[in-house]
Design a protein around this ligand. Sequence first.
Ligand SMILES: [Fe+2]
Length: 398
Amino acid sequence: MLETDPLSEALTTYGGRCGISGGFTAGEGPWAVRFRGGRQLPVIVRGPGWLLADGAAPERLENEGLTLPSGRVPFVLASDPGVEPRDADQLLHSRPGLIVPLGGEQMVGLIRQAGSGPDERLLDALPPVVRVRDAPAVRYPIDRIVHELSRRAPGFAHITEQYAQALMADVLRSVLDSRDLADAGWLRLYADAELWPALALIHDQPAESAHRHGSPLGLLGPFYLPGAPRLEPPNVMPRRPDEKGETLIFRGAVHSTTGEPLPAAEFDMWQADADGNYSGMVPGIPPWNLRGRFGAAADGTFEVTTIQPAPYPVPGDGPIGSVLRELGRHLYRPAHLHLQVTAPDHEVLTIQLYFADGDYLASDAANAVRDGLIVPVELTGDVRIATYDFVLEPLLTE
Ligand SMILES: [Fe+2]
């Protein structure tokens, strides 16, 4: 599997569909098209022409340029600034999904479908007009989309969507390359080399592949330490004699996607304490506190006894904190257990699990909580019992 990065994760997680709703080609004779604005319909264009945005001076678009007016303000695309524009909605929506010829092929405009990926937060961070510097890299997908939409051969919708997705990624990448990142809001998280690890922390949500059937994947995050003590049954996590927090029994089973139990599975588990702190990260906590490795039983089940971890905030004083504040979000992550599960001939599963009765599940600062990662909790006296069945993907063999 390829290593991933935050922008890829965002595009994959949120941008599963990035449709093109239609477009036009233009060139011969004077023409002009007015777009009404509103960010739901960004337009991708290339070719020579004029961009007339409300409140801005007319701007000449050169042949090698590609722009993406993100559509927040009304604008006109024209061969000549003096031409009376036609309305894009009437022009394009009269023939949805089609390429409308305006007389030639010197300029190409593509209208992105309303509400289709990538993450709207990414689009919110774009300036009104994006200039893509590396035009050859995006020229081919545009030409191909126009070709597909014009020809409508079998499979055209699928192919169009794939190229649209790649096109959006290139546009976003171009913005990340060129933009003053101090002013890029949320988007800067995807670009800044120093911020990537921090983003991985708060955005601890992996790309979900449609081809996986195992438990959802996660990232190790910054609080993992290799080499935790090996526990023996009954598995009790290392803890201080006066460790605060309710007793938590975490139990369940581990299976392959084919349904067979995996008794050779090994677990590496780490968690915050009842104050939301990790050993090895915060002074004063004994080494390896609430970190341990243990094995599955002969029937592929497992059980470990620990304490209930607490929610904790992501760092609020750095850039992550300022971005979350910009977005009007709190800094807390819901309480969770980190696990890495291995078994022979199976992919490593790195995962974070949340508690069904926990706080912040719907507003995780890391936006990482998903169905399938929330464990039910049963209360028996003073003891909390959480249950989860892990499913590991078999390794692909040649
Ligand atoms: Fe954590």
